[in-house]
Structure formats: C-alpha cells, structure tokens
Ligand binder design. Structure first.
Ligand code: FPP
Length: 248
C-alpha cells in the first residue's frame, strides 16, 4: 500500500527494532580494523534516528551490545563503550532539540560507573521528548529478561501467599524491561544473517521480519525506506484470517 501524495510508505510501523550487524565485515572488506566498522556504525545510527524522527516513527529500539558480546576481546569492548559514551555526549542535546527521549534496556550494572551515570543523565535530560523514543539495548539478552521476569512474578506471588495474585500477560509484561514500549511491529536485521540472536524474542511475537545483506555502516534512510515499503505491503493477520474467508 502506498500513499501516492507523499510517497511515504503507509502504514508505518509504530515500533521498529534493529539488529545492527555487519560492522566487523564492513571494516574487513575495506582492510580496516573492526573499530572503524563500529565507528561508522555509530554514524549509521545517527542517520537512522534522524530518518525515524522525520518519518514520524514513535519507537526505535536498537541492539548495541548483547550479553554475549562480553565475550569479545577486551579492547573491542572498551572501544564500543567509548563509542557509546561519545555518542551520548554528542547526541543528548540533539535529542532534546528533536523531541527524542532516550533510554536503555539490559543489565548495565557491569558497565563502568561513569557510563552508567552518563546513561542515567541522558535518559533524565531527554525524558520529556514526545516525538520518538530511542531505546538502546546494552548488556541485553532476551532469555535472561524472560527468566528474570518469571522469577520476579514468582517472588511477588509467593509474597501474596499465592492467593489472589493473578499471573497473566499484563502482569508478566510489567516485569519486562520493555514495560513502557508497545510490541515490535518491524524487526530489521542487517548484515545477511537471518536470526534473532536473543533480541526482543517475546516482544517480536508478531513482528514482521526484514533481513538485508547490507552491512550496518552502509544503512541509512534509503535502506530504511526499502524496509518500510516492504512492511507496508505485508498483510498482518496476527493469527486470524482475512475477512470473507470464514467459509470452511
Ligand atoms: C555487530 O556487528 C555490532 C555490534 C556488536 C555493535 C553495534 C554497535 C554500533 C552500531 C556502534 C554504535 C552504537 C551506539 C549505541 C553508539 P559485528 O561487530 O558483530 O559485525 P560482524 O558480524 O561483521 O563481525
């Protein structure tokens, strides 16, 4: 479906999630160190955040550092941390100007105290942003998130002596990091791999999946529009059937 007047894809997803993959291969293909791929990856994130703001997307959640990424070489982890810190230093005021609120999901307790403080300060400073909510997954893992939510619910239920405590979807979702976010409508993964890699598995139950060979540092508004056009053409039935097909 196209909106012929604006040539913007229609309908748009409310919540886009992105697995930003391929930084290392982008760098390798150019004979550069992996860190150059991550640096360009940060530029791609700037472009995509701007594009989402321009297009009127409400929620963008990106996978910047998984729990499994702690197993990478120390120097690469340190570089990624410094990149995130410098991104927040340069972007926080831009977020305020553009009405973007920033927050993180994941276990950030393992991050340096100074980065944790910087994250909290950016989240606080941008909290009033009403146009786009940017969530960065850091030290995030979906399985861990789900297990922790289940454990919290069990603890609450036992605190009530078991009686009168309702365990339902709403109660469970309140224990997830994403309690303030709607379900994912469109999940994009760059870099050619076709898997979820422990990212927003519960939240993406009915997400449309879009995979592209493009490495993340080469991703930008044009590539985003391709994904959005594909999304606009998909029929989302959420497990139901089309109207008028109920004959059998
Ligand atoms: C995956 O590429 C990417 C990451 C593990 C890091 C993502 C980080 C950025 C995009 C940098 C900027 C982030 C912020 C929040 C400023 P890879 O290294 O696994 O690539 P490969 O699969 O080609 O090796």
């Amino acid at each position: 479906m196209r909106n012929a007047d604006t040539e913007e894809p229609d309908p748009l997803p409310r919540h886009i999630a992105i697995i930003m993959d391929g930084n290392g291969r982008w760098a390798k293909a150019r004979g550069k160190p992996r860190r150059d791929g991550h640096k360009e990856g940060a530029e791609a994130l700037r472009r995509v955040v701007t594009a989402c703001g321009e297009l009127g997307i409400d929620f963008l959640t990106v996978y910047a550092f998984s729990m499994e990424n702690w197993q990478r070489p120390k120097a690469e982890i340190a570089y990624l941390m410094s990149l995130i810190a410098s991104y927040l230093r340069s972007e926080t005021n831009v977020f305020v100007e553009k009405g973007i609120s920033f927050d993180v999901i994941g276990e950030i307790e393992r991050f340096s105290r100074s980065l944790q403080k910087q994250i909290a300060a950016s989240a606080e400073k941008t909290a009033g942003g009403k146009d786009l909510r940017l969530t960065v997954a850091l030290g995030y893992g979906s399985r861990q998130e789900i297990v922790t939510a289940a454990a919290r619910l069990a603890e609450k239920a036992s605190g009530c002596g078991g009686g009168g405590f309702v365990v339902d979807r709403e109660a469970f979702e309140r224990e997830l990091y994403t309690r303030d976010l709607p379900p994912v409508d469109l999940l994009i993964r760059t870099g050619g791999e076709m898997r979820l890699s422990n990212f927003l598995m519960y939240q993406s139950a009915y997400a449309e999946l879009y995979f592209t060979e493009t490495y993340w540092p080469d991703f930008g508004k044009e590539e985003l529009l391709k994904a959005l056009n594909e999304f606009a053409g998909r029929e989302r039935r959420f497990g139901t059937i089309r109207e008028g097909e109920a004959s059998a």
